[in-house]
Write a protein that binds this ligand. Structure first.
Ligand code: SAM
Length: 180
């Protein structure tokens, strides 16, 4: 988020067709819940286009990139690497340390799709479980980011949006920004 060291989410692996929605939702969740940037594998161009389209309409800043070298990104990251995995340490036990480190340096959050290579477990500073039960990278990412930011991400402001949802008890109102 603004004025804080960067938080980047990297999506490891993408099976075109089968993973399209999940990869897109990793990007949308990263954007909505306070990350600055997402890096998708280079075969996930459709997901990139969708996340860019949403950012163009509902605001940013938020960047989407494709990369052919996800594991190099993890290995060479200058900052803290958190890998989300059901086998990891309990998020509630390590979130304080991670938050402390994020005050000083950028944070890379790694989520998988299919089997994650063991190198990633070794390269990570923290392997973190959001529960030690199998579930989804989207759910794990959402809970992790909310814990990292302690809910501050819910109040973030969006820039360069061309529309804004009006929160209301009932109804679905979306207003063009220039009408505000
Ligand atoms: N079976 C794969 C493996 O052993 O590496 C993981 C498949 S899982 C559907 C896809 C991703 O969801 C994982 O790589 C991990 O990032 C995330 N995930 C699933 N359960 C999680 C949990 N309890 N805590 C944190 N992340 C989780």
């Amino acid at each position: 988020m603004q004025d804080e060291p960067e938080v980047v989410v990297v999506r490891l692996g993408h099976r075109p067709g089968r993973d399209e929605r999940m990869t897109t939702h990793v990007g949308l969740t990263a954007r909505a819940l306070g990350a600055d940037r997402v890096v998708f594998p280079d075969n996930a161009g459709k997901s990139r286009d969708t996340v860019e389209d949403i950012t163009g309409r509902f605001g940013g800043p938020f960047d989407v990139e494709l990369s052919g070298s996800q594991t190099a990104l993890v290995r060479d990251w200058e900052g803290t690497v958190v890998h989300l995995t059901m086998y990891g340490e309990r998020v509630q036990d390590v979130e304080g340390d991670i938050r402390e480190r994020h005050r000083e340096e950028p944070l890379l959050v790694v989520v998988g799709a299919e089997k994650v290579p063991f190198d990633v477990y070794e390269a990570a500073d923290y392997n973190v479980g959001v529960t030690n039960q199998p579930h989804s990278e989207v759910a794990g990412l959402a809970v992790f980011l909310d814990r990292l930011f302690e809910g501050r991400e819910l109040d973030r402001e969006w820039r360069n949006a061309d529309r804004r949802v009006v929160p209301e008890e009932t109804g679905k109102t979306v207003r063009p920004v220039d009408e505000e």
